[in-house]
Write a protein that binds this ligand. Structure first.
Ligand SMILES: Cc1cc2nc3c(=O)[nH]c(=O)nc-3n(C[C@H](O)[C@H](O)[C@H](O)COP(=O)(O)OP(=O)(O)OC[C@H]3O[C@@H](n4cnc5c(N)ncnc54)[C@H](O)[C@@H]3O)c2cc1C
Ligand code: SF4
Length: 529
């Protein structure tokens, strides 16, 4: 990878590349990694910089209270109300902060699913088509897990490259209690570089500052550390940071992207590439296409179908704290998953979703919830509450509604209209968790909602799991991308991030974005050969 030179004085830089990739997160970073070995010249354009290594990485006050690593962007909700979205502009994108729970979608997620509020549509490819790419992504991102424990998982052609991260005693106890109660808890798949057989030499130190924090010791399998950094020094890959792509220009036919317009150091630069892959995250990829409207594409680039920006999803989620009288001394808590309610049950005709653990509560991050927590346990300080908390994350699938959409205004800003779906399923999943807690010595009345994990004033701000906006499909009238993630209406434009999801399932999305990037990268290697 060649170092970025200083921005030129001139307005236009006429450098041509075989492939230009916009964004270096789960999609773009993984795509660059997949293509690098081809020898083709690759330009990776990232609007952020490398995330600084500093003690603040592992301090809940700057991370959760001050939002130090959240972009300063202002977006607007459906009523035009401004908010600060939880998006992260760094090399590695949102994966710098993610919890590294690296789940595959279930086989059923690729088919049509009936939900209480409507239909989750089928994908143009099925689980079998994705399976080899999931395996490749698990190898690349060093996923730790135990195949066969999760009752809903599909077949796998390769075992996980690492054994599952072990439960600490309190979580093991919850696991055992649940198993005795007839549930089927499993070890959650996880992308941390922990070698439990050789702790002195393990890159990961198994700390409590993982989920929602950057990893100070670079032991989290994020797209920066795993995919982009290993390319540094390669002659055929150039990374430009601080390079925000603002527009894509086409030839007069409208079929070929000919110019990638970048703002860098206050200058306007234009790059050209045989292939252009947009991987800016679901909202920002839609924003870029919509802001690239032209005479040939009056509704936005690749948007003859009027589908660009639509079908935005980000999961119907709840973070829940369960308090119990005995302390919870767990350090790394995100080791347990429960999928007993992922598919319809005999008592409820619809899928409810996934239950997993999240990072351990701490008093600093709970400050915003103080009034509620004090009401629950008046005699406890926030430190007491945090010490006794066991933290769960509940995920229900939300539906790809056409009205849930990204649009842009005259200044190019993101407007995000969103209405939640499947609340009844989410409510029932919460009810199932409360029943579960009875099996684990955590009484029902000691469970409360917590919001600090997302720390949001309005629900759309927590867009960590954003997906949709440029769905892939076989029909150009109802989808933006074909099954290779190439825009139906253009010959050299691809979108390779979570935008392509036609539905989101109820497990975390990053592994699917990574697997798809490897899949599309393989297609591009063939195309460019
Ligand atoms: C706090 C948090 C916790 C999470 N936990 C999990 C988890 O445990 N498991 C999981 O599967 N998922 C998790 N996620 C979600 C996961 O990180 C995302 O699904 C994934 O990173 C999305 O990949 P992407 O390529 O679509 O976007 P991103 O990874 O966000 O990458 C987009 C990149 O594009 C860049 N960019 C944007 N606009 C432009 C532009 N105009 N020009 C140039 N560059 C641009 C951005 O700076 C960014 O680097 C979490 C997310 C957050 C925020
Ligand atoms: S648990 Fe491991 S990967 Fe996560 S932040 Fe701590 S050292 Fe990094």
């Amino acid at each position: 990878m060649r170092a970025a030179g200083p921005a030129g004085e001139s307005e236009t830089v006429n450098e041509h590349y075989d492939v230009i990739i916009v964004g270096s997160g789960a999609g773009g970073g993984t795509l660059a990694h997949t293509l690098a070995g081809s020898g083709k010249s690759i330009l990776l354009l990232e609007r952020g910089d490398f995330l600084s290594r500093e003690m603040d990485n592992w301090d809940p006050r700057p991370v959760f209270v001050d939002g130090k690593y959240i972009s300063t962007d202002t977006w607007y909700d459906g009523d035009g109300k401004p908010f600060q979205p939880q998006v992260h502009y760094f090399v590695g994108g949102a994966t710098k902060l993610y919890g590294a729970a690296l789940y595959r979608l279930r086989p059923q997620d690729f088919g049509e699913i009936k939900h209480v509020d409507g239909i989750s549509p089928a994908w143009p490819l099925d689980y079998g088509d994705f399976e080899p790419w999931y395996s490749a992504a698990e190898q690349l991102y060093q996923v730790h897990g135990n195949g066969g424990e999760d009752p809903t998982e599909g077949h796998r052609s390769q075992p996980y490259p690492w054994p599952a991260v072990s439960h600490e005693p309190r979580i093991q106890q919850i696991h055992d209690d649940l198993a005795r109660g007839g549930y089927r808890p499993f070890h959650a798949p996880c992308g941390i570089m922990l070698n439990e057989a050789d702790r002195p030499r393990s890159t990961c130190i198994r700390c409590t500052w993982c989920d929602g924090y950057p990893c100070l010791v670079h032991a989290k399998s994020d797209a920066d550390v795993i995919a982009v950094r290993p390319l540094l020094g390669r002659d055929n890959v150039t990374l430009l940071t601080g390079a925000e792509v603002t527009k894509l220009e086409t030839d007069p036919s409208g079929r070929t992207v000919t110019g990638v317009v970048v703002t860098r150091d206050g200058n306007r630069e234009v790059y050209t590439g045989d292939i252009v892959a947009v991987s800016a995250g679901a909202a920002n990829s839609a924003r870029l296409l919509l802001n690239s409207a032209s005479d040939q594409h009056p509704r936005g680039l690749a948007n003859g179908s009027d589908q660009v920006g639509r079908n935005y999803m980000f999961h119907n989620c709840k973070a829940v704290v369960a308090l119990c009288t005995e302390p919870n001394d767990t350090v790394f808590q995100k080791t347990l998953g429960i999928n007993d309610f992922y598919l319809p049950t005999k008592d409820y005709a619809y899928p409810m979703g996934n239950i997993q653990m999240i990072g351990k509560s701490n008093a600093e991050a709970m400050r915003g919830e103080k009034p509620k927590l004090t009401k629950l346990s008046p005699e406890w300080t926030l430190s007491d509450v945090a010490k006794h908390a066991v933290d769960f994350w509940l995920t229900t699938e939300d539906l790809p509604r056409p009205e849930n959409r990204v649009t842009t205004d005259a200044d190019g800003n993101v407007h995000l209209a969103y209405e939640m779906t499947n609340d009844d399923e989410a409510f029932r999943l919460y009810g199932e968790l409360r029943k579960i807690l009875n099996h684990t010595g955590m009484a029902e009345h000691h469970v409360l909602r917590k919001n600090f994990y997302m720390d949001m004033d309005i629900p759309v701000a927590g867009c960590a799991h954003q997906a949709g906006t440029c769905r892939f499909g076989t029909d150009p009238a109802t989808s933006v991308l074909d099954s290779n993630c190439k825009a139906h209406e253009l010959d050299n434009l691809y979108v390779v991030d979570t935008s392509f999801f036609p539905s989101i399932g109820a497990v975390n999305p990053a592994l699917t974005a990574m697997a798809n990037a490897i899949r599309v990268g393989d297609h591009l290697r063939e195309r460019l050969a």
